[in-house]
Design a protein around this ligand. Structure first.
Ligand code: UD1
Ligand code: UDP
Length: 382
């Protein structure tokens, strides 16, 4: 029996953890004991608890309750708390997801104590080191023992940075194993899609008509914190609504909610608030999010996860960023990178509005990524 300690903190990590925990429970419960630590990076009911309630994720064994703060303070508090837990629990490995400050903190705490790191979503790169996430993921990858990449591009990025596909067991921090194993979020989307069909009432609750609305999410600091950029995005949204007489549904991240008034002009803010076809709602549960994604006409987002889910549910996606880690989406034509420029957003939207032949080739595995990871962890740490 191996003991792993999974660290989660931000919304997408909580959702991703559902796939691994479910797989352990269903197929590996006699071989893997999982402890879960929540750093408390996200803490609002609908940024955290809602996912535990809905997705069957085991209650975290520990919660560091670090909350929000400047990156240094937030990350330092997490490192301190995680170090204590690692010393007390002595796990065989620590499991981390993605690229948030929770990922970085876990990577730092574990590597100093020589606890092997398993990095899920390894190898992704935006090649923009001004993004906090880019630094977090590079640092975490380079201290990891098992690196699970959801995409081929991720493996190629790792190879460019000196990782080798030819390394053999025993894997260590100095002899890491890198694996292209599909996307754990694809596992989740397949699993929860049926449940969403049965349970979600989000469309009716918000008076939303199938296929007659655009789903949008905005939370990237690069967009929310710079008035010119946040304004460009909202001006584009308002113009698209007017041009096509189409609704936008925008489950708004608390970060954006807090900055919307401050970082838009009084006139734009008033227009945003008075436009009935722009439905700004609180963040929704994952089952509701899937229902929105499956029934939207087009998705407009700066989220990493939502870009991919758009693809899983065969929806074209306008990416409100100047680059993406999910390069395959763009190269196959299912997504367009536009950044925050009003005219570029409108133009990409119009292209997808009139096109019907967008293709969605299978790029993210077979929905069994979590099982591959469990087997590899057992083989490595037993
Ligand atoms: C973080 C991740 C980002 C990820 C996103 C997922 C980092 C550096 N960034 O960004 O990669 O895409 O999570 O959603 O780790 N807030 C609340 N309630 C909450 C959580 C946050 O009000 O439950 C507000 C606070 O004002 C906080 C702000 O949102 O200061 C930002 O939260 P933070 O966790 O620092 O970063 P995110 O923008 O959420
Ligand atoms: N999500 C959700 N409710 C929302 C918005 C997003 O459940 O209101 C889910 C979404 O389906 C995806 C994940 O949260 O699985 C993406 O998280 P986010 O956009 O916060 O972060 P990113 O993926 O950009 O790191």
């Amino acid at each position: 029996m191996i003991k792993i300690l999974t660290v989660i903190g931000a919304r997408p990590q909580i959702i991703k953890a559902a796939a691994l925990s479910r797989c352990i429970k269903e197929s590996y419960s006699s071989e893997i004991k999982e402890l879960i630590v929540h750093t408390g990076q996200h803490y609002d009911q609908n940024m955290s608890q809602i996912f535990f309630d809905e997705l069957g994720i085991p209650k975290p064994n520990m919660n560091l309750s670090v909350g929000s703060g400047n990156h240094g303070v937030q990350t330092a508090k997490m490192i301190e708390g995680l170090e204590e837990i690692l010393i007390a629990e002595q796990p065989d490995a620590i499991v981390v997801y993605g690229d948030t400050n929770s990922t970085l903190a876990a990577g730092v705490a574990a590597s100093k104590l020589h606890v092997p790191i398993v990095h899920i979503e390894a190898g992704l790169r935006s090649y923009n080191k001004k993004m906090p996430e880019e630094v977090n993921r590079i640092m975490c990858d380079h201290a990891s023992t098992l690196l699970f990449s959801p995409t081929k591009a991720g493996i190629e990025n790792l190879i460019k940075e000196g990782f080798k596909t030819t390394n053999l067991q025993p894997y260590t921090m100095n002899n890491p194993g890198i694996f292209h194993c599909g996307d754990i979020m694809y596992d989740n989307s397949l699993h929860f899609s049926k449940l969403s069909d049965q349970q979600s009432t989000v469309l009716d609750d918000n008076d939303i008509e199938k296929d007659k609305f655009v789903l949008s999410t905005i939370h990237r600091n690069d967009n929310t914190d710079i008035p010119e950029r946040l304004s460009g995005i909202f001006e584009a949204i308002l113009e698209i609504i007017e041009n096509h007489n189409i609704s936008f549904v925008l489950p708004l991240h608390p970060r954006t909610n807090k900055l919307l008034k401050q970082n838009t002009s009084a006139e734009l803010y008033l227009n945003i608030k008075s436009e009935k076809r722009l439905k700004i709602i609180p963040p929704v549960s994952f089952l509701d999010m899937i229902a929105l994604e499956k029934n939207a006409k087009i998705i407009v987002t700066d989220s990493g996860g939502v870009q991919k889910e758009a693809f899983f549910f065969k929806k074209p996606c306008v990416i409100l960023r100047p680059e993406t880690e999910w390069v395959e989406l763009v190269s196959c034509g299912a997504a367009k990178i536009v950044g925050w420029h009003k005219d570029k957003i409108i133009s990409a939207f119009n292209d997808y509005y009139t096109t019907t032949n967008v293709s969605f080739p299978p790029l993210f595995g077979d929905g069994k990524a979590a099982s591959f990871m469990c087997a590899k962890m057992i083989e490595t740490f037993e």
